[in-house]
Design a protein around this ligand. Structure first.
Ligand SMILES: O=C(O)c1cccc(C(=O)CC[C@H]2O[C@@H](n3cnc4c(=O)[nH]cnc43)[C@H](O)[C@@H]2O)c1
Length: 235
């Protein structure tokens, strides 16, 4: 499970009965938690898609060398929510993890990197897992955008929504985490608790504490789902 910052990681830790223990590995520090029938490794992977990808990749590589590869990576944390579908303190589970600003500007508008002939801009989490996670937590299901620049104007929010009408939230790590997981052949999902609306910058409107509490509550319900999810359900 990869959050961006320690405050998000600690919100997830609070969902577990025991605090777990720290494991220092090359390139990454993990927090190992015990669930009812398995272990979870948690890391504060850094803010933004590049650092998140590097950190998660280090964890995936270390696990493989320990002969204990992961079967799933979860990107989790706070996010901006598109109103009215994703109000502050609500939860969102991604059925699409989409890089919203990876591409090129042109006179005719934004061109995603796929139209330039490179890579990909969307990862699709396992549908059965998305459904089970949303059912357990009460989260909305939709696209979660990954951006490198937090939206701060109504016009940018409207442009993103026009290009991604199914978007419920934007955050800064999901696509990087998904790229790392995909490179290791591991499934990915993303769950976000909304801390602020996507739109004009308004620091007074942030509700980070409420979002972190929602994240803790969500992981209390999500842990059994993650433990029982079988990757072969979706094949
Ligand atoms: O300074 C601002 O206007 C501002 C507005 C929202 C968030 C920030 C952050 O620095 C937090 C980035 C951090 O939290 C996630 N996050 C939370 N809200 C958003 C958002 O509206 N858009 C993108 N990311 C958001 C993100 O995943 C980062 O980890 C600053």
């Amino acid at each position: 499970m990869a959050t961006a910052v320690p405050a998000e990681r600690d919100a997830v830790v609070r969902a577990f009965p025991e605090p777990g223990r720290e494991l220092r590995l090359p390139g990454v520090t993990l927090h190992r938690l015990r669930g009812p029938s398995g272990t979870f490794d948690l890391l504060a992977a850094g803010v933004g898609p590049a650092l998140a990808a590097a950190s998660v990749s280090a964890a995936l590589t270390a696990a493989r060398y320990e002969d204990a590869p992961y079967s799933l990576v979860v990107s989790a944390g706070i996010a901006g929510g598109f109103l009215p579908e994703a109000p502050v303190a609500s939860l969102v589970v991604a059925d699409r993890i989409t890089a919203a600003d990876l591409g090129a500007e042109s006179a005719d508008g934004f061109l995603p990197v796929t139209e330039l002939g490179f890579g990909r801009v969307t990862h699709v989490p396992p549908p059965s897992l998305v459904r089970a996670a949303a059912d357990a937590t009460g989260a909305g299901v939709g696209t979660v955008l990954t951006v490198s620049t937090v939206t701060g104007t109504a016009s940018r929010a409207a442009a993103l929504h026009a290009r991604h009408p199914r978007a419920l939230a934007e955050a800064m790590e999901g696509f990087g985490v998904a790229e790392a997981a995909d490179a290791h052949g591991v499934a990915v999902m993303e769950i976000r608790a909304v801390s602020n609306p996507v739109g004009p910058r308004d620091r007074a409107a942030w509700r980070i504490g409420d979002a972190l509490t929602a994240l803790t509550t969500a992981f209390g319900k999500l842990a059994p789902v993650l433990e029982s999810w079988n990757r072969y359900d979706d094949q």
